[in-house]
Design a binder for this molecule. Structure first.
Ligand SMILES: Nc1nc2c(c(=O)[nH]1)N[C@H]1C(S)=C(S)[C@@H](COP(=O)(O)O)O[C@H]1N2
Ligand SMILES: [Mo]
Length: 199
């Protein structure tokens, strides 16, 4: 398995956020059920809201956009971190080019299957490391890890990285998502330990 330039050194000062433990496994974590798609012909990704050109992408269209390969550490709010995770997909910047985000868009709502949502700022969404991933370590995502498409926002706690992504809405106001309505932080920076909104 190809992992790119492995920096296998979790002793690197400041690499692992406070109160996180590095794991070499790949835990599966979510609320609700794993969708097992039999037929992707009806799958689409709706990108809409404060954009000039709202668009419904098929998976084929996603695959035909410029492809990127990222290597980043991920941090789950429950306390595990995984180093050097290698994802393939389309940068959020390249999705943004397709729909042309309006100036008054300040926040993003990500919609997953079963109505699960999460929210982040436009800057977090458009960060250079932010990806819509269809593959992990050059293998297409397993159903449990988000097949056929998930967000990967490695600079935020991993709950922001919506699996089974179906919609991206650009908004002016910040609308709390599923965990955010249940007390989790609106931003979720692991290095600032932004776990809960009352912190
Ligand atoms: N659709 C959806 N995406 C989700 C979640 C969820 O409940 N539903 N949980 C989040 C949380 S809390 C984590 S830690 C990661 C886990 O991703 P993994 O199962 O691939 O490790 O998915 C995130 N994405
Ligand atoms: Mo999580």
């Amino acid at each position: 398995m190809y992992f790119g330039k492995k920096r296998n050194n979790n002793q690197e000062p400041g690499r692992v956020p406070p109160n996180q433990n590095v794991t070499s496994t790949f835990p599966v974590l979510h609320a609700g059920n794993v969708p097992y798609y039999k037929d992707l012909s009806k799958w689409n990704l709706q990108v809409y809201g404060l954009v000039e050109a709202p668009k419904l992408f098929t998976l084929e269209e996603i695959m035909s956009l410029p492809q990127s390969n990222t290597l980043n550490d991920i941090h789950c709010v429950t306390g595990w971190s995984k180093l050097d995770t290698n994802w393939q997909g389309v940068k959020t910047k390249d999705i943004a080019k397709e729909v042309q985000i309006k100036d008054n868009a300040k926040f993003v709502i990500l919609y997953a299957e079963e109505g699960w949502t999460t929210n982040l700022s436009i800057d977090d969404f458009l960060k250079e490391t932010s990806l819509l991933a269809h593959s992990f370590a050059n293998e297409k995502l397993t159903p449990e890890h988000g097949f056929p498409l998930r967000g990967v926002f490695p600079h935020l706690y991993f709950w922001k990285s919506a699996k089974w992504l179906r919609g991206i809405q650009f908004t002016e106001q910040n609308h709390p998502g599923f965990w955010e309505r249940n007390g989790y932080h609106m931003e979720g920076d692991p290095f600032k330990e932004q776990r809960f909104s009352y912190d």
